[in-house]
Write a protein that binds this ligand. Structure first.
Ligand SMILES: Nc1nc2c(c(=O)[nH]1)N[C@H]1C(S)=C(S)[C@@H](COP(=O)(O)OP(=O)(O)OC[C@H]3O[C@@H](n4cnc5c(=O)[nH]c(N)nc54)[C@H](O)[C@@H]3O)O[C@H]1N2
Ligand SMILES: Nc1nc2c(c(=O)[nH]1)N[C@H]1C(S)=C(S)[C@@H](COP(=O)(O)OP(=O)(O)OC[C@H]3O[C@@H](n4cnc5c(=O)[nH]c(N)nc54)[C@H](O)[C@@H]3O)O[C@H]1N2
Ligand code: SF4
Ligand SMILES: [Mo]
Length: 712
């Protein structure tokens, strides 16, 4: 097996040589299998994990370096008073201060004065414990997490149509067996590189890849068909494809009759999406639309997969619904290996949305306003259901309310860096600064942690154990491979210590295995039922698919193959309309579309990857990708600094001229802080159902930047 090309000479402080431990990558939802061990610590890909089968991306290869970044936090930090610098302090001092402030604030302003913000990178155990901590230790309704910025639109659409929110409809190996895969707004060649192995295998077997993206990305370049849409027009594209599916006689009438409801209304609603009109809206030529429908409709096992490009819109839920309608009309979800799926993003993006860190949710994907769910979970927690609060605010609304008259005055944050990753980030930064108390648990001093009043140094991936649920819905084991540096505590230890100081009811184990057993009981009978999953089974079986309601139940790799999880077992067709499209259209003042997303070398807010030498070398700075024709019109040349201005702010980044992007669109990755922070520009228009912000489209003006201020 190959080893990391990017070994550090010194190895982690104090970490002795260890045997190689099988675990998974710290980053994305593919959760590539890797071994970690040796001194200096190194990683190597595992061959026994279907998701990556011996592959890793550059981030995975360099993951060992994350354990030894020079500015790793190893002691709590605290400000003596407002405006004072962050200074090292002891754990008791930090935890006592937090508990005292919480007590003071809640006595004056009520329970909801404390907010909690979680992350989709937290293990199931931590996500579960964080939700429980908010509900019965703080008794606040004000908890949400960064998954709201990620898969919430797909989740809402899946719940509405299928009655269950599960990312992929089957094991990832189904991709290689598919006849056609349509990937809408996903650039997996950069965001999950080993995923492309499955796609390549499919193409070698004669299957077709269709990519829908305003950019000819590394993924689109490998496609058989690339539909280069105008940002924010996917819903019209899907409705137009359904119109053509009807016209071409590609409907699966038997499936529609036996397994679904509501098709007639949808058939009528797509009547106005005739091909010329759809070409005008989306910019996709009619012959390409027709070709895409034929490829999908003639295949037996076709997959329609959406990712953030289609979902991060103020109409994201309806957009995903339109693709689900198309998949249902073609009968795909009824065939083994076919269907609709969404590509989960963060390491535990799937599990992180199931165990109660979402504002309206209790463990097991239960609804917090359902009396039976409250009673079940309260019994597991050993509390009266009455004390569990109701639903709180969604992520952006929560951050936006911080420090306002009726919003939280303190925030406890685990596993997110919203100063970089939240939409309209300067507004969010201002709200964080207005708090009486900001507590951040992290292993590095992220841009958000820098603004905290108390920073708690925590353990990271290879130092801890627990479970994560990957994009397939397969529950996997994260295993401890190296000791944590002295002075660092796990998130579970932090929550237990705070719960103790707050006099919280219930038990607060710091052992992941014990917390998992409690999670199993809390999830039992819920939509995301983990009760039959054990650490031992995961070890033995290489992961278990939920729902898994009993220890002798095999798990559920294909939850929609035979029935949907709606009351009548049928999937629901729901008519959706393009309407006016994106929340912000282009006009004379802001004549160009901005879209945002990712590059291969960096992860999310960059808090982790901007600290790793080879990744910084591969991708040192933010940039604005634009077409040479657009650049010409704007007087911009390759490599020049440009000012990009939206109604909310301005960034300065280097222009990168590429032929692969539409003439009317610029693309800026969101991984950087400072003057290239893409989220200074983005529009926090929210989807009415999922409360997802419109990260993927807003209107901007682009000008050459003259540093002396000659240009305004
Ligand atoms: N390298 C890397 N990999 C990652 C991550 C990372 O930060 N870096 N993060 C992980 C996480 S949390 C996530 S959520 C996933 C995200 O994975 P992806 O969804 O693949 O990533 P993005 O780059 O956000 O968006 C994908 C594509 O959407 C396109 N797009 C923009 N606007 C539109 C539109 O209106 N319609 C359509 N059809 N396409 C559009 C963009 O051009 C972009 O190529 O990646 C995971 N993997
Ligand atoms: N413009 C624009 N903005 C976007 C997006 C976009 O496409 N465009 N995508 C959105 C999406 S899909 C996502 S998922 C978000 C992600 O954005 P963020 O929520 O900011 O995610 P990360 O950068 O992964 O932040 C995780 C932080 O938690 C720390 N951390 C990691 N693991 C743990 C742990 O176990 N415990 C604790 N306590 N800390 C931990 C890391 O060091 C890091 O500082 O960004 C969103 N923002
Ligand atoms: S694709 Fe995702 S899980 Fe795999 S090595 Fe890269 S970042 Fe890690
Ligand atoms: Mo994400």
């Amino acid at each position: 097996m190959a080893v990391s090309e990017h070994l550090r000479a010194d190895g982690p402080a104090g970490a002795p040589a260890t045997a190689d431990t099988p675990t998974h990558c710290p980053y994305c939802a593919l959760q590539c299998g890797m071994t970690v061990g040796g001194g200096p610590v190194r990683v190597a890909p595992r061959e026994d994990v279907p998701a990556n089968r011996g592959g890793l991306c550059q981030k995975g290869w360099t993951a060992a370096e994350l354990l030894t970044v020079p500015d790793r936090l190893t002691t709590p930090l605290m400000r003596a008073h407002l405006g004072a610098p962050l200074e090292p302090c002891g754990w008791d001092e930090a935890l006592d201060r937090i508990a005292a402030e919480i007590g003071r604030l809640q006595a004056r302003h009520g329970r909801d004065v404390i907010g909690v913000f979680g992350g989709g990178g937290l293990t199931n155990e931590k996500a579960y414990q964080l939700g429980k901590f908010a509900r019965i230790a703080l008794r606040t309704s004000q908890i949400d997490y960064n998954g709201r910025f990620c898969m919430s639109s797909a989740a809402a659409a899946l719940n509405r149509a299928f009655g269950l929110d599960r990312g992929l409809p089957g094991p990832i190996t189904d991709v290689a067996r598919a006849d056609a895969v349509m990937l809408v707004g996903g650039n997996v060649a950069e965001t999950m590189p080993p995923f492309m192995r499955h796609v390549t295998e499919m193409r070698e077997r004669g299957g077709a890849l269709i990519v829908v993206d305003p950019r000819r990305t590394a993924t689109a370049r490998q496609a058989d068909l690339h539909l280069q849409t105008t940002p924010g027009t996917d819903l019209a594209l899907a409705n137009g494809m359904l119109y053509l599916a009807v016209e071409e006689g590609l409907l699966d009438e038997t499936f529609i009759a036996e397994r679904t409801g509501g098709f007639e209304a949808v058939r009528r609603s797509v009547n106005t999406y005739w091909p010329d009109r759809v070409e005008r809206i989306t910019g996709v030529p009619v012959p390409q639309l027709r070709e895409a429908v034929r490829l999908l409709g003639r295949g037996v096992r076709s997959l329609i997969l959406t990712a953030r490009g289609a979902e991060q819109h103020a109409r994201g839920t309806d957009t995903v619904t339109a693709f689900i309608n198309l998949a249902l009309a073609l009968g795909l979800p009824g065939r083994e290996g076919g269907g609709y799926g969404c590509l989960t993003g963060q390491g535990n993006g799937q599990g992180g949305r199931e165990h109660g860190q979402k504002a309206d949710q209790l463990p097991g994907y239960r609804r917090i306003d359902d009396p039976a769910a409250r009673a079940h979970v309260a019994a597991v927690w050993g509390v009266d259901p009455q004390i569990i609060p109701g639903p709180g605010r969604s992520a952006y609304e929560l951050l936006d309310a911080l420090g306002t008259d009726d919003g939280p005055r303190a925030l406890l944050l685990f596993g997110s860096n919203p100063v970089v990753s939240a939409p309209r980030a300067d507004r969010i930064e201002e709200r964080l600064n207005a708090l009486d108390l900001l507590v951040v648990s992290d292993f590095v001093l992220s841009e958000t942690a820098r603004r905290a009043d108390v920073v708690l140094p925590t353990m990271q991936w290879a130092e801890e154990s627990g479970t994560l649920t990957n994009l397939e819905g397969r529950v996997l084991r994260r295993r401890r491979a190296v000791p944590a540096p002295a002075g660092v505590r796990s998130d579970l230890e932090i929550l237990a210590a705070l719960a103790g100081r707050l006099g919280a009811p219930g038990t607060w184990s710091t052992e992941p295995a014990e917390v998992f057993d409690e999670l199993r009981a809390a999830s039992a009978g819920g939509p995301a039922d983990y009760s039959g999953i054990t650490y031992q089974r995961i070890e033995k079986e290489g992961g278990v698919f939920w729902p898994c309601p009993a220890e002798d139940h095999p798990g559920t790799p294909r939850p929609f193959l035979d029935r949907f999880h709606t009351p009548d077992g049928r999937a629901r067709f729901i008519p959706v309309e393009h309407g006016r499209g994106a929340a912000e259209g282009i006009d004379e003042d802001y004549p160009v579309y901005l879209t945002t997303g990712r590059v291969l070398a960096h992860y999310q807010s960059g808090a982790q990857t901007r600290r790793i030498g080879p990744l910084v070398e591969a991708s040192p700075e933010p940039f604005a990708e634009m077409h040479p024709d657009l650049a010409d019109r704007l007087g911009v040349t390759d490599g020049m600094d440009v000012r990009v201005t939206s109604r909310r702010g301005t960034v300065v980044v280097r222009a990168r001229l590429v032929e692969s992007i539409r003439h009317d669109t610029v693309f800026i990755p969101f991984h950087w802080a400072g003057e290239g922070r893409a989220n200074l520009l983005t529009n926090p228009a929210l989807d009415p159902t999922s409360r997802m912000p419109e990260f993927k489209v807003c209107a901007v003006r682009v000008e050459p930047h003259e540093p002396n201020g000659a240009d305004q």
